[in-house]
Design a protein around this ligand. Structure first.
Ligand SMILES: Nc1ncnc2c1ncn2[C@@H]1O[C@H](COP(=O)(O)OP(=O)(O)OP(=O)(O)O)[C@@H](O)[C@H]1O
Ligand SMILES: [Mg+2]
Length: 345
């Protein structure tokens, strides 16, 4: 959990210091006050582009000096910092205990997971959005997952470029395919472990719970040797297609609405939201079980969409997790919560 967060020129926040306790952190304020911006800042303490997936130059305050800074102190005293310099607005700088580090190193210190209104369409969205979601779930268990994903993607981009140039150097291609195979098999395995743990956790939850989704993984599931072989055989086909047609980058997280035995995409908006929430909660509980530390949960505008009974049930379940950040325009939405850090923006 975070016990201190300092934002400098992050979106609309010129200088903001928060000292959240464990448990609930409730941010309230009118539309545009900067609530989601605070959650985005916390989400940027992990590898990747944060909950808005915005370019870094957009995160820096528009009428500020150019760069931005996010600094956090964790409960164990670890100091994390990330941001940009005005001279390199798209280059991310990361520090762990004041020493320069890679973004991937953040995942070894903290797991952050979020649910935002933009994710309401996750089940009807493209497979790539669901893969990104699954990768974030996986990262909370396996910090190395970010590295496998980025190395796989980088090798695939290089391979696609070589094939497009038509001057395929066999050795070079084989070397790239070997990298894709190594990292691709590792990331596919990690995703499969996450999905099977999640599937088991979701089926443990009782009837009458918030929702009953089931999850499975679609797509590449072979080992590294098979993947290297399949890529080698697929060169001509991939060159013609202009992209790589097999591999874990084409996988998908399949979610079904168990009560109705339907694909999640066919469920109502509220049902889809409840299923997403059920997945995130089951995942957070699993992370506690597996790693002994709870992920920091960022729930943007979740309370407003639930009826009072569901809201109370949600709060009760969240109460056992580590640090849960929630936003809303109305403080009254959170009346059912006892102790909390309440911040008005
Ligand atoms: N780079 C930036 N520099 C300055 N202000 C920015 C920047 N990016 C966004 N903003 C401002 O931040 C505000 C939005 O903040 P945010 O989305 O956090 O609001 P919110 O409190 O979550 O509101 P809502 O209740 O509507 O969700 C907007 O007024 C927007 O113009
Ligand atoms: Mg908001």
């Amino acid at each position: 959990m975070l016990r201190r967060l300092v934002l400098t020129d992050v979106r609309n926040h010129h200088a903001l210091t928060l000292a959240p306790a464990a448990g609930f952190v409730i941010l309230t304020g009118p539309n545009g006050a900067g609530k989601t911006n605070v959650l985005e800042a916390v989400s940027l303490l992990t590898p990747g582009r944060g909950l808005r997936r915005a370019p870094l130059s957009e995160v820096a305050r528009h009428d500020g000096p150019g760069g931005f800074g996010i600094a956090a102190t964790l409960a164990d005293g670890t100091e994390l910092a990330t941001g940009t310099l005005a001279t390199a607005p798209e280059r991310r700088v990361v520090r762990v205990n004041a020493a320069a580090a890679s973004a991937g190193a953040l995942a070894e210190r903290i797991a952050v997971l979020w649910l935002t209104p933009a994710m309401d369409r996750l089940f009807t969205d493209t497979a790539s959005e669901r893969r990104r979601f699954l990768d974030r779930l996986t990262l909370a268990f396996e910090p190395r997952h970010a590295r496998h994903t980025s190395r796989y993607d980088a090798a695939m981009r290089d391979r696609n470029r070589l094939l497009a140039e038509g001057q395929a150097d066999g050795d070079w291609l084989s070397a790239l395919e070997a990298q894709m195979a190594e990292h691709g098999a590792a990331l596919a395995d990690a995703r499969a472990r996450t999905v099977s743990a999640l599937h088991a956790a979701l089926s443990r939850h009782p009837r009458g719970d918030i929702a009953h989704p089931s999850v499975s993984l679609d797509g590449w599931a072979g080992g590294a040797g098979e993947l290297a072989e399949a890529l080698r055989h697929g060169r001509a086909r991939d060159a013609a297609a202009g992209r790589t047609l097999i591999g874990p980058h084409r996988g998908d997280l399949i979610v079904r609405h168990c009560d109705k035995d339907q694909p999640a995409a066919l469920a109502s908006t509220g049902e889809q939201k409840a299923m997403l929430l059920a997945i995130v909660l089951a995942h957070a509980e699993l992370v506690v079980e597996h790693t002994g530390r709870a992920p920091v949960l960022l729930l943007d505008e979740v309370a407003a969409h639930l009826d009072p009974a569901r809201r109370a049930a949600l709060f009760e379940r969240l109460d056992t997790l580590g640090q849960v950040w929630m936003t809303g325009t109305e403080p009254a939405l959170f009346d059912a919560i006892g102790a909390a850090t309440r911040i008005t923006l």
